[in-house]
Design a protein around this ligand. Structure first.
Ligand code: SAH
Length: 214
């Protein structure tokens, strides 16, 4: 399988052609090998235009979705970023290329351990995988320049807004378990600015800020 060629095709056809413009984001997606992060059974689908199942009923996001969220974070290279939902570790590896330091929180220990192994295998040294409930953020490492939530939330988690620096961006899918609006919050001196960036579909956030079990 010619992964390098497939990866370049993904960047051209799934990202550039659909409006992803940030050259740093496009370069990061050209560099990170997605095939490392997908389960062996789905290796042939690594560059497909869709999410892919990983262990524990979770998914690795569609490349376009991951790129869209990453672009909204507007990273320049010096930032400390929090990701909620490490999953496979793929999006965290991308973020690692675009900022100074990434904390990625995962509530399922098995996934966190696997993500860590993969990041180590790629010699990614600026991504820290933390096993905890990210719905409450990561208090002892806050504040962050940018926060990305890669699971669907019923409402914007207040704790996360509190952990943003002035000027910081929070990108979070908010809605019900079928579809969510991609919300970007920007913390400004004048207050909290809220933008809606369209409809997406994510697996639900668990834990404190997620849906209560029925
Ligand atoms: N960013 C991932 C995709 C994440 S899928 C990637 O690139 O592969 C969403 C992930 O969020 C799942 O792994 C799920 O276990 C995790 N998750 C759900 N609720 C969470 C919570 N409260 N805290 C941390 N992680 C959570």
């Amino acid at each position: 399988m010619d992964y390098i060629n497939l990866r370049q095709k993904m960047v051209e056809e799934q990202l550039k052609a659909r409006g992803i413009r940030d050259v740093r984001v496009l370069n990061a997606f050209s560099e990170i090998p997605r095939e490392i992060f997908v389960p062996q059974d789905f290796i042939n689908e690594a560059y497909a235009d869709s999410p892919i199942p990983i262990e524990e009923g979770q998914t690795i996001s569609q490349p376009y979705t991951a790129a869209f969220m990453t672009e909204l974070l507007e990273l320049k290279g010096t930032e400390t970023v929090l990701e909620i939902g490490a999953g496979s570790g793929y999006a965290a590896a991308i973020l690692g290329k675009l900022c100074n330091l990434v904390y990625t929180v995962e509530i399922v220990a098995l996934l966190a351990i696997k993500a860590r192994e993969k990041l180590e295998r790629l010699n990614v040294s600026n991504v820290v995988v933390v096993i905890s409930d990210g719905g409450v953020g990561l208090r002892d490492k806050a504040p962050f320049d940018a926060i990305s939530v890669t699971a669907a939330t019923p409402k914007i988690p207040d704790a996360l807004i509190g952990q943003l620096k002035m000027g910081g961006r929070l990108v979070v899918p908010v809605g019900n378990n079928l579809s969510q609006q991609m919300i970007r919050i920007i913390k400004t001196e004048e207050g909290i600015k809220t933008e809606n960036h369209g409809i997406f579909r994510f697996v639900p956030l668990k834990g404190e800020a997620g849906w209560k079990k029925t």
